[in-house]
Design a protein around this ligand. Structure first.
Ligand code: G6P
Length: 367
């Protein structure tokens, strides 16, 4: 293999740390920096006419799709449904001709995702493939390929592919927003400038690593960990829980903040850490209520937020990881860094095989 770990102990650490660089390649590919516009390859459909988008994938790629659902609906004002590929392929969901299906896959070989692509094509959908391996089966069979340009990912648990998928999908969402006439030229310029800040913001986020290493000592003692988020931070909560499960074998669940009352609150006690992913956005107040509910039951909170969020958070029982303030659209990309580092450091303390976790495969080509 031509890829090595450099100075890192694990491929996963190397792949977490190279994100500022690789994501700048992804953005470099999909942005026209001089014009401050998004510039995609020619699409095999008129985005203005698209009435429905379905997104389908597995694992981490599915959560990238779940974030993109928020962006496509917000910027493109087009209804989106996101579904697990193994459900989508068998559900016989009606797909009206003229729709678009986005399949997302790091490897481009995942069996259920490939079957979903074929189902979508049979239903007359135009298929956009967001892949890391441009020579893969999924890339070959799609109508258009948007490579994420993350470079080879060796760690079984996906990290840099996730953030590069997000970068690619963010650019696609802006392209829909422009085609649909929802985003003005000025809106687009602003978003492009925000995207250009992502590598710098990620570099800042990586500086939280020593703090996270300390926090991970507490997490490593937990039997269960709950992750909460709202809006695009909800799929990020799902991804955080997945990462922790995959590599540390600690049971974790991701929940939308508003669903706390509908079940997981019953689990809260002083033994269950709750990771809350919440920049100070327009729904931050709602998340404060969630944190108060957790604190009232003795739950320990790890809040991933920005300076304003840190100030507004309840004082008791909250440990804070503070990121710089940033536009909401780039949050899922930058907040991925502490989320990945939480799982990584916890797993290292647990002494698991971080790059080759038990029972998992990098690419799942059988059902
Ligand atoms: C496996 C990997 C995950 C990955 C998922 C989907 O479960 O362990 O990291 O997210 O497959 O893989 P794909 O190659 O389709 O993105």
């Amino acid at each position: 293999l031509l890829v090595d770990k450099g100075n890192h102990r694990h491929f996963m650490a190397k792949e977490i740390y190279e994100q500022p660089e690789v994501i700048s390649h992804t953005f470099g590919h999909y942005l026209d920096l001089a014009d401050e516009t998004v510039s995609l390859p020619e699409l095999p459909f008129d985005a203005k006419e698209v009435q429905h988008i379905s997104i389908t994938a597995c694992g981490t790629a599915l959560y990238a799709g779940a974030v993109a659902e928020y962006w496509l609906e917000r910027f493109g004002r087009v209804p989106v449904s996101t579904d697990i590929a193994s459900e989508f392929r068998y559900r016989e969901t009606p797909l009206a001709p003229g729709g678009v299906t986005i399949v997302i896959s790091q490897s481009g070989e995942t069996a259920d995702t490939l079957a979903s692509l074929r189902y979508a094509k049979e239903c007359g959908q135009k298929v956009v493939a967001v892949v890391n391996v441009p020579t893969s089966t999924i890339a070959r069979e799609a109508d258009v390929v948007l490579p994420i340009l993350a470079g080879p990912e060796i760690g079984v648990a996906s990290t840099k592919a996730f953030t590069c998928q997000l970068a690619t999908l963010a650019c696609l969402s802006v392209a829909f927003g422009r085609a649909k006439g929802v985003l003005s030229a000025e809106d687009e310029h602003k978003l492009v400038r925000a995207f250009m800040e992502v590598p710098r913001l990620m570099t800042e986020a990586l500086k939280l690593s020593p703090e996270i290493e300390v926090l991970a000592r507490t997490l490593a003692k937990a039997r269960d960990v709950l992750y909460l988020g709202r809006g695009t931070n909800y799929p990020l909560a799902l991804e955080g829980a997945l990462k922790l499960k995959e590599i540390s074998y600690i049971h974790a669940e991701g929940y939308a903040g508003g669903e706390l009352k509908h079940g997981p609150i019953a689990l809260i006690d002083e033994k269950m850490p709750v990771v809350v992913i919440a920049p100070h956005d327009r729904i931050f107040d709602k998340t404060v209520s969630n944190m108060e509910e957790v604190a009232a039951r003795g739950g320990k909170i790890i809040l991933v937020t920005d300076p304003k969020g840190a100030e507004a958070a309840p004082v008791n029982a909250v440990q804070k990881l503070i990121l710089p303030e940033m536009p909401a659209t780039v949050c899922p990309m930058v907040y991925s860094i502490p989320v990945q580092l939480i799982a990584y450091h916890t797993a290292v303390i647990m002494g698991t095989d971080v790059d080759q976790p038990r029972n998992l495969a990098k690419s799942v080509t059988v059902e």
